[in-house]
Write a protein that binds this ligand. Structure first.
Ligand code: B12
Length: 317
């Protein structure tokens, strides 16, 4: 296991490699952290985050040039992409998230980090760099078509500056107008700075406490130091992941009804004949087939058996 002391040494070595533009040494220090037992999330949160913040600060303070800063960011992004190969999601049915950055924001690392974190948690991610839903970059019509096609469960916006916070609000307004059911999460230093909070906040509390600063409706705002690792944020993400599976009892009942009807017709029997076989009222069968009846497992079992089938057939998509 990596001790705090050795982890601090690795962070120092990593940061120095970035300043020197030494990708080989930077990669070697990450491999050392992994070999010492640090997991990938620790590497992201402790090594990449602190090194990038320090290097960025050096630029902000005039200690290194913007080219040096960009070279350092390039190295970190390159190493992140190599690590990502280990947790890339292959399941095409895994829930999908869009992660993006508002117009005019060039701070890409936090966004890419959150995108990778979602992948580690089992999400597929579409990462839209420097996303601009405006007439110059991604036109609204194109974006609407794209979202309708890919059907994401989450839209995540990473915000680094005050300016970008304004754009983030506009983007969220546009997004929620078109897809009110898709969850929206915000994070990044621009959010905590603009809202002057270090808490993770859910929709109701957002409306109560921040209605003056927020004119759109995000579902979750992530401002705590533990970034996306807080209990509240994890719970929100896990609920978002299962969102549409939970919200539609009506869809499930209608699927069950359609499946029963198809099985009955393929067996060549009427509703009355099925009712007689299963000792159920015919009107009851009719409401089930129309998806209007919330029925018990024992009734489902009786119907399935009399259709020479099983319950899993009746639930299939
Ligand atoms: C590096 C850096 C840059 C780099 C960015 C390089 C790159 N490719 O990303 C460069 C040099 C380009 C840059 C430029 C500028 N920067 Co700058 N920059 C930074 C710095 C030092 C670090 C950012 C970073 O990479 N952090 C590392 C990542 C991993 O951390 P993070 O972004 O915080 O992300 C973590 C969490 O916030 C969270 N997270 C992030 N996104 C999301 C999203 C979701 C949904 C969730 C749940 C979580 C989450 O997860 C991450 C992991 O823990 C910050 C200061 C700071 N300490 O944050 C200033 C900072 C963001 N920059 C700032 C400013 C002002 C600028 C400039 C305007 C400066 C200028 N005068 O030109 C320009 C803006 C350019 C533009 N149009 O965007 C200010 C913003 C202040 C404000 N309130 O507006 C900051 C805060 C510095 C400061 N103290 O003044 N910057």
């Amino acid at each position: 296991m990596t001790t705090t002391k050795s982890l601090n040494q690795i962070i120092k070595r990593y940061k120095e490699s970035l300043v020197d533009g030494d990708q080989k040494n930077a990669l070697a220090s990450i491999n050392l952290a992994l070999a010492n037992g640090s997991d990938v999330k620790t590497v992201y949160k402790k090594i990449f985050t602190s090194a990038q913040r320090e290097i960025g600060q050096m630029w902000h303070d005039g200690e290194i040039s913007i080219s040096h800063e960009n070279r350092a960011a390039g190295i970190t992004l390159e190493i992140m992409s190599r690590l990502r190969a280990n947790f890339e999601i292959e399941d095409p049915n895994a829930p999908l998230a869009i992660v993006t950055i508002p117009k005019n924001d060039n701070h890409t690392i936090g966004a890419r980090m959150f995108a990778d974190f979602l992948m580690m948690e089992g999400w597929r991610v579409d990462y839209l760099t420097n996303h601009n839903v405006n007439k110059y970059q991604i036109p609204n019509d194109d974006f609407i078509k794209y979202v309708n096609e890919i059907k994401p469960k989450l839209f995540a916006i990473s915000v680094a500056t005050d300016m970008a916070f304004v754009e983030c609000n506009k983007l969220t307004e546009f997004f929620k107008f078109n897809w009110p059911h898709i969850k929206v999460i915000w994070g990044g230093p621009g959010v905590s700075k603009s809202l002057k909070t270090d808490k993770d906040i859910e929709l109701n509390d957002i409306e109560e406490n921040f209605s003056e600063s927020i004119n759109s409706k995000p579902d979750f705002v992530c401002c705590s130091n533990s970034a996306f690792e807080s209990k509240e944020c994890k719970s929100f993400l896990s609920r978002s992941m299962n969102h549409s599976d939970l919200d539609s009892v009506d869809d499930t009942l209608s699927k069950i009804g359609n499946n029963i009807k198809a099985l009955r017709i393929s067996k060549g029997i009427s509703q009355q004949e099925l009712a007689n076989l299963a000792s159920i009222d015919r009107a009851f069968i009719s409401t089930i087939e129309n998806g209007k009846r919330n029925l018990s497992i024992s009734v489902l079992h009786k119907i399935a058996t009399n259709l020479d089938s099983n319950i899993s057939e009746i639930f299939k998509d």
